[in-house]
Design a protein around this ligand. Structure first.
Ligand SMILES: *Cc1c(COP(=O)(O)O)cnc(C)c1O
Length: 617
């Protein structure tokens, strides 16, 4: 959006100004007698400060400027588009020892930038129209609005994506990250300027340890998967510290999230699979067999609790004890903590290491893939192996080292989770967990007469048992009876104004629904009503009233354009396509594109840039 708003000309203007100010700064410093190191420069120069380096850095700090210690005898100065003439004058005065300061305006007019001509770019860039249109605030506002109109986001509908925990990102949680006190702190600012962040980090770590039952935690990993990677490195380092260099096998059940085996491979471990039983639990007989088979090399078993099948493994304590009896450690993937906080703690039921997804359970928004925080938590004897960070003095130099460039990882979004925990309190967090589990079971119960609920555990009182925080709707039988697939249902839900649930994960041909505690009873009912209405549509196909290849499910989602064509060749009416339930007449999301052929798209990459001929026009 920065590029869209400024466009190629704006970016060049910004860059030229930065380069020009850098040249002005360098020339002024030289005139004042400072030992500027000569050479090509865009935004950064270095000054030899010799034995005065510490005094120079301190003098700058006293004036409100953080300079970089480039070496023990030099400092680095970097400008950007927020740098003003006053900033440069202040920098001059710091190096000027009371001498008269140069004339900024005269320098600015006469000085070429310090970028060598041979490096000047002459080719065009950002030529797509999107970078050449929206350069006023009015235009930009309308462009953003037009994009939002295409989006089926949380401001219109629940996003029932199982395993993703798409919950409320409350405004009061989000606001603090816009405060300059949090937003404008550099991750490598001097320690004495980071007291606030350090307090926030310490408090949040303490609360998360309480929530998980673990003894130690690092907030450094920037994603759940990075937390997995860090946690597995911890386990590996622990084995190695005991001389068990050969322990490199990570046993993972088939229900695991795809990141688990990927992280194990990245950590240099070898992955061995283990089966699940008909109820979705890890098959303990098979697990014992794997542990026996690999007992000399077993490093750990990596489970998810509750699992991505949406079940609480009733025998998880036995599972952990079994792994421990073979000398392995238990990694509990904690991405599903939304079903646990305040109710159970992996650090108490036998887990040794877990990661959390603060961008799921702890409210950091994560549509579009980031920014995430995936803290890694460990039991007492593994605390010395947690990630360290030399430049920030964190940790004691263990072999795991830093897993993120910045000492506190994605620190700028931590206030969101801090606010969530602080505002909810222990009681509120437990209520949220209970409400999330209740919501999933409500959906499962309402839909159980219409769809098969896969892997519902042994909780009494509900047809087919109970689920954890999400439930899997098995559509495979309907594929046989009607030809309608899980994908058709996912697409049809868009016509009903819903974001699709998770499709074909972790079981192909199914939809996984995670409502979270954030959805009201009314929204849950709106979703269940839509799913039940869709089941009735499938029945129409089963009965032959609609052909298998020409029904609203196969052609969903329906664009306004398709519906308004004079020619309507289908076996169902336009009204059935657009308004299958009456409430849609009052509030309708119009999808911007119709059915996309996913497989074809995955196999045939193409550039969606407009062709050059369009630019001429
Ligand atoms: C989301 C998720 C992950 C991965 O987290 P990222 O932040 O996307 O890397 C791992 N395991 C489970 C069970 C998850 O749901």
């Amino acid at each position: 959006m920065y590029a869209v708003y400024h466009g190629p000309e704006g970016l060049k203007r910004i860059a030229r100004r930065v380069a020009s100010y850098t040249a002005v700064l360098a020339a002024g410093l030289k005139q004042l007698g400072a030992a500027v190191i000569d050479g090509a420069a865009f935004d950064t120069i270095c000054v030899n400060t010799g034995s005065t380096t510490d005094a120079t850095l301190q003098g700058a700090r006293d004036a409100g400027i953080n300079l970089r210690r480039a070496s023990d005898a030099s400092v680095g100065i970097t400008l950007d588009e927020t740098t003003t003439r006053e900033d440069i004058t202040l920098l001059w005065s710091l190096f000027g020892n009371g001498r008269a300061l140069p004339d900024f305006a005269a320098f600015e007019k006469g000085l070429p930038p310090l970028i060598p001509l041979s490096m000047a770019r002459s080719s065009a860039f950002l030529t797509h129209p999107v970078f050449n249109r929206y350069h006023s605030e009015t235009e930009m506002l309308r462009y953003l609005r037009s994009l939002a109109d295409k989006d089926l986001a949380l401001d219109r509908t629940m996003i029932p994506l199982g395993s993703c925990t798409m919950k409320l990102n409350a405004t009061s949680e989000m606001i603090p990250i816009t405060w300059p006190e949090f937003a404008n702190v550099h991750p490598f600012a001097p320690q004495d300027q980071l007291a606030g962040y350090e307090l926030l980090d310490a408090q949040l770590r303490g609360w998360l340890c309480q929530a998980t039952g673990y003894a130690g935690i690092s907030l450094q990993p920037n994603a759940g998967s990075q937390g997995e990677y860090a946690g597995l490195l911890v386990i590996k380092a622990w084995h190695e510290s005991r001389g068990d260099m050969q322990r490199d096998i990570c046993v993972i059940p088939e229900s695991a999230h795809g990141t688990n085996p990927a992280s194990a491979q990245m950590a240099g471990m070898q992955v061995v699979g283990v089966k699940c039983d008909a109820l979705g639990n890890v098959d303990l007989t098979d697990l014992r067999a794997r542990c026996e088979q690999h007992q000399d090399r077993l490093a750990c078993v990596m489970i998810t609790y509750p699992s991505t099948y949406g079940v609480f493994e009733a025998r998880v304590k036995d599972l952990c004890a079994l792994v421990h009896s073979f000398g392995g450690r238990v990694y509990v993937d904690g991405a599903n903590m939304n079903a646990l906080v305040g109710v159970a703690a992996p650090g108490e039921f036998g887990g040794d290491v877990s990661h959390l997804n603060l961008h799921k359970t702890f409210c950091i928004p994560h549509g579009g893939g980031g920014p995430g925080v995936g803290p890694v938590c460990v039991v007492e004897d593994l605390v010395p192996f947690l990630p360290a960070h030399r430049s920030a003095g964190i940790g004691n130099g263990t072999q795991v080292g830093a897993v993120s460039a910045a000492p506190l990882g994605n620190a700028a979004v931590l206030p969101i989770s801090w606010m969530y925990v602080r505002m909810m309190g222990a009681e509120g967090l437990q209520q949220a967990t209970e409400a999330a589990i209740l919501a999933a079971n409500y959906v499962a119960a309402r839909l159980a007469d219409h769809y098969d609920i896969h892997f519902s555990g042994e909780i009494a009182g509900l047809k087919g048992g109970g689920v954890a925080h999400e439930c899997i709707l098995d559509l495979r039988p309907l594929k046989d009876s009607s030809g309608v697939s899980a994908e058709d249902v996912a697409k049809r839900l868009i016509d009903y104004g819903f974001h699709a649930p998770t499709l074909s994960f972790p079981v192909a041909g199914t939809l996984m629904v995670e409502p979270t505690e954030s959805e009201s009873r009314a929204e849950l009912d709106r979703f269940c009503d839509a799913m039940i209405a869709i089941r009735a549509e499938i029945a129409q196909v089963e009965s032959g009233a609609w052909p298998r290849e020409d029904n609203p499910l196969k052609h969903a989602p329906h664009t306004a354009e398709a519906l308004m064509k004079a020619d309507w060749p289908h076996a169902y009416t336009r009204e059935q396509a657009a308004y299958p339930v009456a409430s849609l007449k009052r509030q309708k999301y119009w999808v911007p594109v119709g059915r996309v052929d996913n497989v074809w798209g995955d196999r045939n990459l193409f550039c969606s840039c407009v062709p050059m001929s369009d630019y001429a026009a």
